[in-house]
Design a protein around this ligand. Structure first.
Ligand SMILES: Cc1cc2nc3c(=O)[nH]c(=O)nc-3n(C[C@H](O)[C@H](O)[C@H](O)COP(=O)(O)OP(=O)(O)OC[C@H]3O[C@@H](n4cnc5c(N)ncnc54)[C@H](O)[C@@H]3O)c2cc1C
Length: 428
């Protein structure tokens, strides 16, 4: 049968599906909504800080397909904003269609509006998944890329209520974890104050609802930074500690509204009370795009992560792999793509009876996968999030000397690690 079933069509699931297909397996990608990319539909920031290094490593290892798409749809390249250098911003309005075309080009069978709600197991092996419609789909290997966002009950319990975000749980049914269905106890991420999960750290505004001078800055430079008047800052609480994205937990982000042009205006704060936002010059007519109620809150993520090995195999199930947010507190599109590729690769190797691969820690991608895994062992570690783009993990990259923008150096390092072209034809 040689069949890999990928559950969840975010960046991690798309990467896993493409890679498993490149390895010669038949792949079915099951997605609960009617669109691919999950939170990738409202993100857009790539190649900032250490994400540049990680993306280039993946290109040299031969898994550059998705990075080529995000690069080709960049509205802005090489831009700087507080704490972040050389970022590119893909167009969130165009990315979904482009990725769907690519995934289909690799022969992946995409099943939309297909939410997994049960599994059939034999001992420690999954035989098949069962969807909401009662369909049973058999496979030899399963990859859990269901993410960690929501479901609504988490956003209500650990957040400010369902703010109606891109995950659209009331319409498609909330996220269901494949790992949990397989009977595995998951790891609960926390905020620094011990509350489970973390709140998504950005929301989107309709660019058309902003003043012309802000729109002009966004269109020309990709960034607009608008100071928040003291009068307003004194009246609202923008607690950056509760954010998922600790790389943006910097004073600039609480003293200013930082907007990035990703098609919409991406506002780098979890939420902002609309009545106060509209008192700021240029925002008088502002409308929220995602979440629809970003005046009060945002999605809650990282309540449930799978215990795993550095091969991306889930501990306790023989034929289950995981990637993306499900695989631990590594946050971001780049991070989801890197782990997704490795899960797809090792899932296929398992089917063909080949030894699974762990990426070496001389590479940023290998080190991050192992580091994030180790960190989930302590409570302190579970209270942090990791990303190539900032905070604790980017500091580590700099300390270890693995952060660089020198493409030749990166290619040489990958070559020396023995990983040159392991995932396909290197693009150098
Ligand atoms: C508002 C916001 C802005 C962000 N901005 C950025 C950014 O600019 N740059 C960046 O690098 N990162 C950003 N991130 C983080 C980044 O988007 C994520 O870390 C990463 O994309 C996660 O990918 P994933 O595939 O693991 O999960 P997800 O994107 O959550 O995808 C999981 C998918 O699984 C599906 N699913 C869940 N349960 C089931 C089921 N039972 N059956 C079938 N399907 C199921 C979901 O519908 C979803 O499509 C942002 C996140 C958010 C929420």
């Amino acid at each position: 049968m040689n069949r890999v079933i990928v559950v969840g069509g975010g960046w991690a699931g798309c990467a896993a599906a493409i890679q498993a297909s490149k390895e010669g397996t038949k792949v079915i990608l099951v997605e609960r909504t009617d669109m691919l990319l999950g939170s990738g539909l409202v993100g857009g920031i790539m190649r900032n800080n250490g994400r540049y290094t990680a993306a280039e490593e993946m290109l040299v290892m031969g898994a550059g397909e998705l990075f080529e798409v995000t690069d080709s749809l960049a509205r802005h390249r090489n831009i700087d904003f507080p704490g972040h250098s050389h970022a590119s911003l893909y167009d969130t309005l165009k990315i979904g269609y482009a990725v769907e075309r690519l995934v289909k080009k690799y022969g992946v069978d995409i099943r939309y509006k297909c939410r997994v709600k049960d599994v059939q197991m034999e001992g420690r092996r999954i035989n098949s998944i069962i969807t909401d419609h009662g369909e049973e789909i058999e496979g030899e290997v399963f990859i859990d890329t269901t993410g960690t966002a929501g479901p609504t009950r988490n956003c209500v319990k650990w957040g400010n209520g369902c703010a109606m975000c891109i995950f659209r749980c009331p319409s498609f049914g909330g996220r269901i974890s494949l790992t949990q269905l397989a009977g595995i106890e998951e790891i609960v991420g926390e905020r620094p104050n011990g509350i489970p999960g973390a709140m998504s750290g950005a929301c989107k505004l309709f660019k058309e609802s902003l003043a012309p001078e802000i729109r002009r800055d966004l269109n020309l430079k990709g960034v607009a930074i608008i100071p928040i008047p003291d009068r307003i800052r004194g009246q609202i609480v923008l607690d950056l500690n509760q954010k998922v994205c600790q790389q943006y937990n910097l004073v600039d982000f609480s003293h200013n509204i930082i907007l990035l042009d990703t098609g919409n205006a991406k506002m780098m704060t979890s939420f902002f009370p609309l009545e106060y936002l509209r008192q700021i010059s240029g925002f008088e007519k502002v409308r929220m795009y995602d979440p629809y109620a970003a005046g009060i809150g945002n999605s809650i993520r990282f309540c449930e992560m799978a215990p795993r090995y550095n091969t991306m195999k889930v501990k306790g199930v023989e034929n289950l792999y995981c990637a993306g947010e499900k695989a631990g507190p590594l946050v971001g599109h780049t991070e989801a793509i890197c782990t997704g590729v490795l899960a797809g690769y090792n899932g296929a190797r398992y089917i063909f009876g080949d030894k699974e691969t762990v990426l070496p820690s001389s590479l940023a991608v290998g080190d991050a996968i192992a580091f994030a895994n180790r960190e989930t062992e302590s409570q302190e570690g579970r209270r942090r999030k990791y990303s190539f783009s900032g905070s604790a993990y980017f500091e580590r990259m700099k300390e270890l000397g693995i952060y660089t923008r020198d493409r030749e150096k990166i290619a040489e390092r990958v070559y020396r690690s023995g990983c040159f072209g392991i995932f396909g034809n290197p693009n150098i």
